[in-house]
Design a protein around this ligand. Sequence first.
Ligand SMILES: NC(=O)c1ccc[n+]([C@@H]2O[C@H](COP(=O)([O-])OP(=O)(O)OC[C@H]3O[C@@H](n4cnc5c(N)ncnc54)[C@H](OP(=O)(O)O)[C@@H]3O)[C@@H](O)[C@H]2O)c1
Length: 244
Amino acid sequence: MEPSGVDGTGLPGAGKRVCVVGASGKLGQYLVRHALDRGYEVVGVCRERSVPKLAGFEGRITVIPGATDDPAVIARAVRGCDAVLTVLVPWGRNHYSSGTAQAVLDHARPGARLVFSCGWHITRDGKDEYTRRFRLYAAVFGRLAKLARVVDVDDQVEACRRVFASDTRWTVVRGSDLEEGDSEGLPVWSRHVGDPVLASNRTRRVDYALFMVEAVENDALVHEAPAIVGRLTPSARAHAGGAA
Ligand SMILES: NC(=O)c1ccc[n+]([C@@H]2O[C@H](COP(=O)([O-])OP(=O)(O)OC[C@H]3O[C@@H](n4cnc5c(N)ncnc54)[C@H](OP(=O)(O)O)[C@@H]3O)[C@@H](O)[C@H]2O)c1
């Protein structure tokens, strides 16, 4: 087979640049690693105080320190990028999540692939079916976190609403509960929570990142909000035949 990368390396990212917004977190660092493995040039954005967390990538990535919801920081970071991978965290009470999403939507170049992360609680079309336990947990956790001014889940909902309404080439990857551990391979996905394939509700963080990076080159995922689950989980093994 002919090598597919533009420089003849056969790597899908050869000659392309991606930006990882929120690069210093656990998911962010896996995103950086997968992107480098695929030959992409990587630009990472993280808070100034977190730059040392990326020391292991020194010399291999460009780091732009700053708040991820700062339009000037994002404008600089996404310049010339073919894709932007955004860890959409709903921290604090200052619209961090929606501010981050908006900055990416406003400044990524037209036609760039935009891949965002969030949890299963986000629904695109209202057709997700959540268990009573999940709804109760989400309601209680959301309320307590908001009261404590730590996490604002409503702002992540708003961030995703803006992404869904945009005319960009977006994918919103909706993750199950995450765990550490060796890769099980590319997670399986479904359009809607409630699909039995997702019942195990568990994905390795390394594979969540893998799914996001693979989505960059997968046009079938443009304008999709795949809910994902680990491919070796019991529910995926039992039902993956019917899933995407
Ligand atoms: N059940 C789950 O846990 C679950 C399921 C599905 C999807 N997700 C998604 O996974 C993503 C994060 O997961 P993770 O495992 O990578 O978590 P993580 O390692 O804790 O990363 C969290 C991110 O939030 C940033 N952050 C932490 N405190 C902050 C603050 N006070 N202000 C601004 N930014 C702050 C971190 O940046 P610093 O390095 O600068 O601290 C880092 O980029 C989110 O997009 C979440 O929606 C989670």
